[in-house]
Design a protein around this ligand. Sequence first.
Ligand code: IPE
Ligand code: IPE
Ligand code: MG
Length: 243
Amino acid sequence: MSVPSVVPHHIAIVMDGNGRWAKRRFLPRLVGHKQGVNALRRCAQACAQRGVGVLTVFAFSSENWNRPADEVSGLMELLALALAREVPQLQKDGVRLFFVGERAGLSPKVRAGLAQAEAATAENTRLVLNVCFNYGGRWDVAQAAASLAARGEPITEASMNAAMALAHVPDPDLLVRTGGEMRISNFLLWQTAYSELYFSDRLWPDFDEAALDEAIAAFAARERRFGKTSEQVLPGHTALAPG
Ligand code: IPE
Ligand code: IPE
Ligand code: MG
């Protein structure tokens, strides 16, 4: 394992390509989603080993309700199954789980499972894993603004930051999308304002440790300027006196 020198603190991933992975093997799409859970377990472990502090993944979008009913119900069942099965391993790996998204749209059984898994892992400190489920970036911005309005608080960048669904972690340093598409698909619209973007042609079930290392290495080679000039952000830069 080659560990790149600059490891992003927070990696966000659009885990795309499960359906195509299955289709290429003449298998039902749900088999691809099951493989996707395995890829997520592997990726979370690899992130923890590399010193990544936060991993945020897009598991089910506000728009994914528009899929065929059997795929949607299959995904809900898979979530319940994964919750029951994965928590002991998350405990061993020191992973603290958060579910991020609109819970009102989920069944009481699924909601109870999410709360239980969060409570069970609440003491873990090695890696924060945010699973965005029934999440949409526009929903997040709207719910943040609505909660501030309901409390009569002014809407500022700071108050919005504090009201957003990922207020418990800093913004993502690196946003990865697998599966070859180059779009955001209503993921973290507010929080990725200055994230480095990385697109991989790999389908999510095939995204392994080597692919993660490639993404981290690409990140390490970027120059993050945050609006400044290259000279300002070079290591060892000292401001020159005018004239
Ligand atoms: C991503 O994989 C998982 C979810 C959206 C739930 P897809 O199911 O979108 O896979 P493709 O894009 O059809 O291959
Ligand atoms: C984005 O993937 C959502 C998740 C990975 C959960 P989609 O496959 O739903 O995105 P689009 O519809 O192709 O943009
Ligand atoms: Mg897709």
